[in-house]
Design a protein around this ligand. Structure first.
Ligand SMILES: C[S@@+](CC[C@H](N)C(=O)[O-])C[C@H]1O[C@@H](n2cnc3c(N)ncnc32)[C@H](O)[C@@H]1O
Length: 190
């Protein structure tokens, strides 16, 4: 069962929360207030970062264990994060609710339309995940969970492209994130 798998992964307590660089490098794009969602948050490094920035944060994941670690972290840092244990399907996402959605290291293409619908007008989507042509073993090996070249801008083409980075194998491979693509898009006014 998927939840048991992820609960098992988080049970050993050896992980540190991951913060996506597409978020940490672009904090200046965040609104000063508003509602943010860290989707498939895991230990919620992105959720903690968003809450530190003053946003009202929801953090959703299938793993109760991960969410419990996140709640402990939030309490230690005196931050409020509304966690929700959920098996993500398109119908679980509300419409027109979030000013910011962050997704890192998770890919379910069937959710893309619902993710865009969950953004408010002018809302921002920060997305960072593994590419098929990644350089090393980090991340999944199942191609279903790996992005094709330039796929994020295509999946979210109704959004206005704000930022995209995919270094692939150009130049000096010792530098830059060679495993993941980074994307920011903004929901346009209809
Ligand atoms: C590789 S982790 C990434 C976690 C976090 N976003 C990060 O960057 O560290 C993928 C996360 O997706 C969650 N997940 C996987 N399938 C899910 C599903 N169907 N519904 C909700 N969460 C899911 C897992 O529990 C796990 O925390």
């Amino acid at each position: 069962m998927l939840q048991a798998k992820w609960d098992g992964i988080y049970a050993d307590n050896a992980h540190t929360p991951h913060i996506a660089e597409v978020l940490s490098a672009h904090l200046h794009l965040l609104p000063v207030r508003g509602r943010a969602l860290d989707l498939a948050c895991g230990l919620g490094g992105n959720a903690l970062m968003l809450a530190e920035q003053g946003l009202r944060v929801d953090a959703w994941d299938i793993s109760r264990v991960a969410l419990s670690h996140l709640q402990n972290q939030a309490e230690q840092h005196r931050l409020q994060i509304a966690t929700r244990q959920v098996v993500l399907t398109p119908d679980k996402l509300p419409r027109n609710r979030f000013d910011v959605i962050v997704i890192s290291r998770f890919l379910d293409r069937s959710l893309c339309n619902a993710i865009m619908a969950a953004l408010k007008t002018d809302g921002l989507l920060f997305y960072q995940t593994f590419i098929r042509h990644k350089l090393d073993q980090q991340g999944p090996s199942n191609p279903d969970y790996l992005l094709e070249c330039n796929e994020l801008p295509q999946l979210f083409s109704p959004l206005t492209l704000v930022f995209y980075q995919e270094y692939a194998r150009i130049g000096d491979l010792r530098h830059g994130n060679r495993n993941e693509a980074c994307y920011i898009g903004q929901k346009p006014t209809r």
